[in-house]
Design a protein around this ligand. Structure first.
Ligand code: 0GY
Length: 313
């Protein structure tokens, strides 16, 4: 891969899955020419939710995956990071790799200390495997409750994993849809570690920001000071659409204003499973000042909070 890889330049465009895998027919490739954001993030800014996919020829996709993506390599991720004015990444294990964290570990080890990871592990993971993940820069484990993405894992398995990783100082990242929160609430509230929620628990943004559905999520964060939220993914939640995603702004802004020390932001590049439109990653950066209007809020969101959670060792 060329050292001068640049978003929009030669070698950037998504080219499908390699290694004998076939990208899903309706898969939208990541943006071919992201724009330069107008918003310049502060020094040390972190993209706290992004993925690497394969490449499939080197890191095969999991047999149990629910989708086959285009390849999205670590070199592409670093190029996007630099282009957007970000300095560091938190790479989240995507379901297309199942509990095989090799692509994630490879990226972390190649990052020169500029990336940390969130892994997926199964019930059979050994202590030495967990220690090796920790040494590579993994700081959390992901529990996914989105049915279109994963088969259900029994609660007792998740509880046992949560207890084990808490001893390493890791946190638990949870991904679920808002409609599921009532039945998952007690389980989430009982987790013995810091808990980070992906994409604000995927609220239905056609409902009021102070209505019962989002209020339950705010209650979880209020009652449980160990719960954090990513205020990411307006492109997944919005009905209004790009470039401003104005219908998602009140939800994210409420969390940033109410819990300024427990919010994280990320691009979600390369944006798995989007239907309709593929966001311009530069415009996703320009969304940040809408949800975090003051420099102090942005400093916490983009630098201080992710540094505390991911880059403290
Ligand atoms: C996301 C969202 C999605 C997919 C995954 O691991 C994954 O496959 O997280 C989704 O389809 O909503 O956070 O990237």
């Amino acid at each position: 891969m060329s050292a001068t890889l640049t978003p929009g330049g030669p070698g950037w465009a998504a080219s499908g899955a390699s290694g004998g895998f076939t990208t899903d027919r309706d898969w939208l490739p990541y943006h071919p020419r992201p724009s330069k954001p107008s918003y310049l993030p502060p020094p040390g800014a972190v993209d706290a939710h992004c993925h690497v996919f394969g490449p499939g020829a080197q890191f095969p996709y999991a047999p149990e995956r629910k989708y086959t993506p285009c390849d999205a390599s670590k070199e592409h991720l670093w190029a996007l990071r630099d282009f957007l004015g970000l300095e560091r990444n938190v790479i989240v294990q995507a379901t297309c790799h199942g509990t095989d964290n090799r692509a994630l570990v490879d990226a972390l080890q190649a990052s020169g200390g500029r990336a940390r990871g969130v892994a997926s592990v199964g019930r059979g993971v050994t202590d030495s495997e967990l220690r090796a993940l920790d040494a590579a820069g993994v700081r959390g484990v992901r529990f996914n409750f989105v049915r279109r993405l994963v088969d259900t894992t029994p609660r007792e398995v998740l509880e046992a994993i949560a207890k084990r990783v808490a001893q390493l100082g890791w946190h638990v990242v949870i991904y679920f849809e808002a409609a599921e929160l009532p039945q998952l609430y007690e389980f989430f509230a009982s987790l013995p570690a810091t808990v980070v929620v992906d994409h604000m628990g995927r609220p239905d943004v056609t409902k009021p920001v102070d209505g019962p559905e989002f209020e339950l999520f705010v209650r979880l964060m209020r009652e449980r000071p160990n719960v954090w939220s990513k205020v990411s993914c307006p492109e997944r939640l919005s009905k209004a659409g790009p470039p401003r995603y104005e219908d998602v702004v009140p939800f994210a802004r409420r969390l940033v204003e109410t819990f300024p020390d427990r919010v994280l932001w990320g691009t979600d590049w390369p944006h798995p499973n989007l239907k309709g439109h593929m966001p311009d990653d530069g415009k996703l950066l320009d969304y940040v000042p809408q949800i975090a209007p003051t420099p102090a809020q942005r400093q916490k969101l983009m630098v201080e909070n992710p540094s505390r959670l991911y880059f403290n060792r």
